[in-house]
Design a protein around this ligand. Structure first.
Ligand SMILES: [Fe+2]
Length: 163
């Protein structure tokens, strides 16, 4: 059986991993924006970079609420997903294919983040960390919105191509 302390440890580790992941994403997004062919996708990446700064701030606040130092821990899964976007950018392909590859890679990152923030949010509630749950819920909503925006951009490109 999981004790309250056990769950708190899991929560802290997941928090450190997403903190590390967000910092990696913050570094990757401007590069992805530069590589994007369409101005729409460029803007989406730039906008999410701004959001990510805010999300990092929220995570720092959650660490503070737990009286812990904000510290990152490498998350192999996230590192691999970000690596995928670098693989796309290293290819010599058309603008269209680059955008399709980049938005797919970005959506994979978003889906992973949605899973992690969903878990963090649920655990925060279980641990009675109300303010933390609220902050993590705000970020969860932003990640879902970003995923939807990327979806629309991808579908728009497909529809334009079909027309
Ligand atoms: Fe994020």
């Amino acid at each position: 059986m999981t004790t309250a302390n056990g769950l708190q440890d899991l929560f802290l580790t997941a928090l450190q991993e997403i903190y590390h992941g967000e910092k990696q994403i913050l570094r990757a997004l401007p590069i992805m924006a530069k590589s994007a062919g369409s101005s729409e996708l460029k803007r989406a990446f730039e906008h999410h970079a701004d959001q990510t700064e805010g999300q990092i701030g929220r995570l720092q606040r959650v660490f503070e609420l737990m009286h812990k130092t904000a510290r990152g821990k490498t998350c192999e899964a996230m590192a691999a997903l970000i690596e995928d976007s670098k693989d796309v950018m290293s290819q010599v392909i058309s603008n269209e294919a680059m955008d399709a590859g980049l938005s797919a890679a970005a959506q994979a990152v978003e889906h992973y983040e949605i899973a992690r923030y969903g878990t963090l949010c649920a655990w925060a509630r279980q641990l009675g960390l109300k303010e933390a749950a609220h902050l993590l819920g705000q970020t969860l909503r932003e990640e879902k919105q970003t995923d939807e925006i990327l979806n629309k951009i991808a579908l728009g490109a497909i529809n334009r191509k079909a027309a």
